[in-house]
Design a binder for this molecule. Structure first.
Ligand code: NAD
Ligand code: UFG
Length: 345
């Protein structure tokens, strides 16, 4: 199978490229490097010993997309490209809506014109909103998002679902019925076992694991834990942290599934097991061999107390489940961070 990965130089895309290549599939990547480096793609080639076609392009550039899709003629597109910083999306909502929604609309138009009909999309558990109670199941109603980034995911899911419905109808204009797979990620963390690729956030990390990693390697002084007065056993929020290579392997299964099915299907990609913030601090301290210094701060606006997946549907239908546990997650995150203290720089 030939796959085209938009945003494939980024954190999840680069790991997915490795998993696809190792499963024997071909990979082409489109990225504008807004939040990534071409070095990540070189390292994907180093890990796998295989070549990747790399295009520097913006997914919202219709002429370039038509040209690349025409040249590559992929069997499936996995659409990772997007801006993802929750706080920044509150500051720059127009830029977030423009980039994230435009990319998806442009891709759909170009796919339709090029006769490509398999689409796997990077969605987020954030679409469950604040009112559903975990474990989240795919048939729960989508909730109210707390920030523009979340709404872009919510809206893109809707756009893709509507396009799929139209694509099934005779007059939809699609040459083949559209197949859409919406993957709702929980909290992707960790790195490839080689330590050659990993998460490389620009500036001060927003997310817990890259922040802890940078404290561990001495780039930052201490972690601030956002609130210890939640209604949880240790007072800190709980999340479903999933190893990025498990997530990557979930994409291989999803792309293979998209090839053989029609319709729009949603899958959670999570482990089903929550860990608290302090639980993660302890696990990382074990992995790096010293205690991570932290202090308790106020709650962060927009945080939900609890979020974890019911991971049953992906297991039943895709035959996929997460295999790596919290110790492997922390070991691999530390391996990446300690060997690349400044990321790809
Ligand atoms: P990332 O920033 O590392 O990767 C996204 C990539 O898309 C980057 O390489 C960036 O340069 C590229 N990009 C952005 N806009 C583009 C455009 N218009 N044209 C071409 N390239 C563009 O992020 P990631 O963590 O790998 O996330 C991948 C996807 O998964 C995103 O859509 C993100 O919203 C989603 N997601 C991520 C998480 C997470 O915690 N990492 C959780 C849920 C969903
Ligand atoms: N946290 C801290 N200190 C930090 C950073 C985070 O205590 O410096 C806490 C947060 O308050 C939260 C937990 O660690 O309780 C996890 O926070 P992250 O920012 O790592 O992850 P989130 O669950 O907030 O966000 C993730 C993705 C988003 C996605 C969201 C919902 O990063 O893209 O899940 O699916 F929208």
């Amino acid at each position: 199978m030939k796959t085209l990965l938009t945003g494939g130089a980024g954190y999840i895309g680069s790991h997915t490229a490795v998993a696809l290549l190792e499963a024997g599939h071909d990979v082409a990547i489109i990225d504008n490097f807004a939040n990534s480096s071409p070095e990540a793609v070189k390292r994907v080639e180093l890990i796998t010993g295989r070549q990747v076609s790399l295009y520097e392009a913006d997914c919202a550039d219709k002429d370039r997309m038509m040209e690349i899709l025409g040249k590559e003629q992929p069997d499936c597109i996995i659409h990772f490209a997007g801006l993802k910083a929750v706080g920044e999306s509150v500051e720059l909502p127009v830029e977030y809506y423009r980039n994230n929604i435009d990319s998806t609309l442009t891709l759909l138009e170009c796919m339709k014109a090029s006769g490509i009909s398999r689409f796997v999309f990077s969605s987020s558990a954030t679409v469950y909103g604040e009112d559903n109670t975990p474990p989240f199941t795919e048939d729960m109603p989508k909730g109210v998002c707390t920030n523009p980034y979340g709404w872009t995911k919510w809206m893109q899911e809707q756009i893709l679902t509507d396009a799929q419905l139209a694509g099934c109808r005779e007059k939809g204009g699609w040459k083949a019925p559209l197949s859409v797979v919406l993957l709702r990620y929980f909290n992707p963390v960790g790195a490839h076992e080689s330590g050659l690729i990993g998460e490389d956030p620009q500036g001060i990390p927003n997310n817990l694991m890259p922040y802890i990693s940078q404290v561990a390697v001495g780039r930052r002084d201490h972690l601030t834990v956002f609130g210890d007065d939640y209604d949880t056993p240790d007072g800190t929020c709980r999340r479903d942290y999933i190893h990025v290579m498990d997530l990557a392997e979930g994409h291989v299964k999803a792309a293979e599934y998209a090839l053989g099915h029609e319709g729009a299907e949603v899958f959670n990609l999570g482990t089903g097991s929550p860990y608290s913030v302090l639980g993660m601090v302890e696990a990382f301290s074990r992995a790096c061999g010293h205690q991570i210094p932290y202090e308790i701060g106020p709650r962060r606006a927009g945080d939900v107390q609890d979020s974890w997946a019911d991971a049953g549907k992906a297991k039943r239908i895709l035959g996929w489940e997460a295999k790596r546990g919290i110790d492997e997650i922390c070991r691999d995150a530390w391996n990446w961070q300690s060997h690349n203290p400044k990321g790809y720089e």
